[in-house]
Design a protein around this ligand. Structure first.
Ligand code: ZN
Length: 244
């Protein structure tokens, strides 16, 4: 999880000196707070059966999970591998509420798709065309623009204009294929019935773009995921100290 290391460092620095206060505790009903005056940070953790609320300076996130082992959501956190991507799916507001577009994931996806296409015998010059038309664009920071570049990209596609009379012609250029019936095979001036269709043939285009994983959990959510793990560790240590 190296991509989150910097966020972890921010959290650790913010809460390097923090005081814990148990406001209420009644079995699984807990309200615990931490304040870190130096960084003016605050963290609030509240639980009730099957629910966990992590709130404070970095936003409020409500997890809910109904399972045989999740009545105490502290146990759920203790037993889970640190994975904000997956934890986001347990948010009452839904995973999309904390996801943001990640340019580096988009670039990686484009490269992976192209590498696979090249292995499977893509049209010549595909890599160079992708680099020139997508990867070298300085507009990839905008999700909408980046996705439009990906959707619109095609390479090595042939457009065949074919007429019901049997005549046909292949074009590299889409608009040349569509204007064929006006200039090269002028159907309005020919006798008989001529009906022209254009078909795209071969070539490469990106597919299933809508399913690409190009989002990541946002900074504040990852921060609060660290906060939750840390808070429960602090809480457990305090309980152990009391027991001893
Ligand atoms: Zn014709």
């Amino acid at each position: 999880m190296t991509e989150y290391t910097e966020i972890a460092r921010h959290f650790e620095s913010d809460f390097a000196t923090a005081a814990m206060k148990v406001q209420r505790e009644d079995g699984l009903y807990r309200h615990v707070e931490w304040s870190a005056p130096k960084s003016m940070s605050r963290l609030i953790v509240v639980t009730w059966p099957y629910n966990l609320l992590v709130a404070g300076s970095h936003g409020s996130y409500h997890f809910e999970r109904f399972g045989s082992d999740t009545e105490d959501m502290f146990a759920w956190v203790r037993g889970s591998r640190f994975d904000p991507d997956r934890w986001a799916s347990k948010l009452v507001n839904g995973a999309d509420s904390v996801r943001e577009y990640d340019q580096s994931r988009l670039v990686q996806q484009v490269k992976d798709e192209v590498a696979e296409a090249v292995r499977e015998g893509a049209p010549r010059g595909l890599r160079a065309a992708v680099r020139e038309q997508i990867l070298e664009s300085d507009l990839l920071g905008s999700k909408d623009v980046a996705m439009q570049l990906v959707y619109d990209f095609e390479h090595g596609v042939t457009y065949r204009a074919e007429c019901s009379c049997g005549a046909s012609k292949d074009h590299d250029d889409r608009s040349a294929a569509y204007t064929w019936e006006f200039y090269k095979h002028p159907v309005s001036r020919l006798d008989g019935e001529h009906k022209v269709r254009v078909r795209a043939m071969g070539g490469f285009a990106f597919s299933d773009v809508g399913d690409w994983a190009i989002h990541k959990p946002n900074y504040h959510f990852v921060y609060q995921c660290y906060a939750a793990v840390w808070a429960i560790g602090q809480y457990d240590a305090a309980r152990q100290a009391v027991a001893a």
